[in-house]
Ligand binder design. Structure first.
Ligand code: FAD
Ligand code: SF4
Length: 316
């Protein structure tokens, strides 16, 4: 690991200023993703700004009946919160399907949204990777791509966003609240938060340099039945090959988002509209523009079967 300096931020704005004015600085929250990347010298910040003591660790009700979640709320605390369990069960289920108990105790809400891809070539510094080193090429294209994306990918990068929690946030139409170095704030819809890779796979989210997540806001509860189905190579402690987050109403309408398929949690309004027509209709619509590789074409029928199971459970 390269040496680095460290400071503990005292407010969101000073934290944002410290990172915005130093291109080699990074925020650190739980550290469960960033420290791994630093040890492997995939990320080499020369300065860390610790946001862990900013007091952004509360979950509060909002006037419209929703919830406002501080960025430092741990994954464990968020998944166990009585209002989340009662009204946003898809979120509890998605979080609890991820990582391990110890990791969820340490991982934060904002850090989880910003976890980086698990493409094996991204982790292997001997291999070309446009995301790690822009312009170096992509070893996954023509390489081993079983875990990687089938839609929303580009000729520069075919990696996926690997997390679980954000797939539920997308189904719930969450909003990410931020503060910039000049003190201005933004509310970014979950739909726009993660980017498609295009020509710049190193830019993964809508955040500007130094912009800090302060909260994630959930709108009023949707009702309905909540599901998170995750398919992975082993039963625990593994990232999703594919996942399905869904909220299904008694009349069969609802919302569905897919994880493990794309650079972002994948949800299309046209595919939501097909839910009453069954899993095949949803998948045909959601993945009409898919460009799978030979290695990962299995993900599309796997997603269809997983969604069919969810829809059968919703009727039970
Ligand atoms: C072995 C292992 C298995 C895992 N399995 C899963 C899994 O199955 N499913 C899953 O979803 N996840 C999984 N994870 C990932 C885990 O969920 C993330 O590492 C964790 O959520 C990151 O949160 P953190 O607070 O530790 O982030 P950090 O590591 O502290 O930060 C991550 C990134 O976010 C930035 N950041 C942090 N907070 C802010 C903020 N407030 N504003 C702006 N930027 C910020 C940091 O600069 C960094 O770039 C696994 C991790 C490990 C190590
Ligand atoms: S798929 Fe993306 S992350 Fe993986 S090697 Fe290619 S550029 Fe890098």
């Amino acid at each position: 690991m390269k040496s680095f300096t460290y400071e503990r931020a005292t407010s969101p704005v000073t934290a944002a200023q410290a990172v915005a004015t130093n291109p080699n600085a990074k925020f650190i929250a739980g550290g469960t993703n960033l420290l791994d990347l630093m040890k492997l010298e995939i990320e080499m910040p020369s300065h860390l700004v610790d946001v862990g003591r900013l007091g952004l660790d509360r979950i509060e009700g909002t006037e419209d009946g929703g919830l406002r979640i501080g960025t430092l709320v741990s994954n464990t605390a968020l998944s166990a919160h009585p209002r989340v369990r009662e009204d946003y069960a898809v979120l509890t289920r998605a979080i609890q399907a991820g990582a391990s108990g110890q990791l969820r105790n340490k991982a934060t809400t904002g850090g989880n949204m910003l976890q980086r891809t698990r493409c094996v070539y991204f982790y292997d510094t001997n291999m070309p990777c446009n995301k790690r080193k822009p312009g170096s090429g992509c070893a996954a294209i023509g390489g081993v791509s079983r875990q990687l994306g089938v839609i929303g990918t580009s000729d520069k990068c075919i990696a996926t966003y690997p997390g679980d929690m954000a797939v539920a946030m997308r189904v719930l139409d969450a909003t990410v609240e931020t503060v910039k170095a000049d003190g201005t704030t933004r509310a970014i819809p979950a739909a726009d938060f993660h980017r498609l890779w295009g020509d710049t796979p190193e830019i993964e989210t809508a955040l500007e340099p130094g912009e800090i997540i302060t909260h994630v806001r959930l709108p009023a509860p949707l009702g309905g039945k909540h599901f998170y189905a995750k398919v992975r190579d082993r039963r625990s402690y593994a990232f999703a090959l594919i996942s399905v987050a869904a909220v299904i109403q008694p009349d069969g309408t609802g919302r569905v988002a897919f994880g493990g398929m794309a650079p972002k949690p994948w949800r299309l309004a046209e595919a939501d509209a097909q839910l009453p027509n069954g899993a095949t209709a949803v998948i045909r619509t959601a993945f009409a523009d898919a460009r799978p590789t030979e290695d990962n074409a299995f993900k599309i029928p796997l997603a269809e079967r997983t969604l069919a199971g969810v829809l059968a459970d919703a009727k039970a």
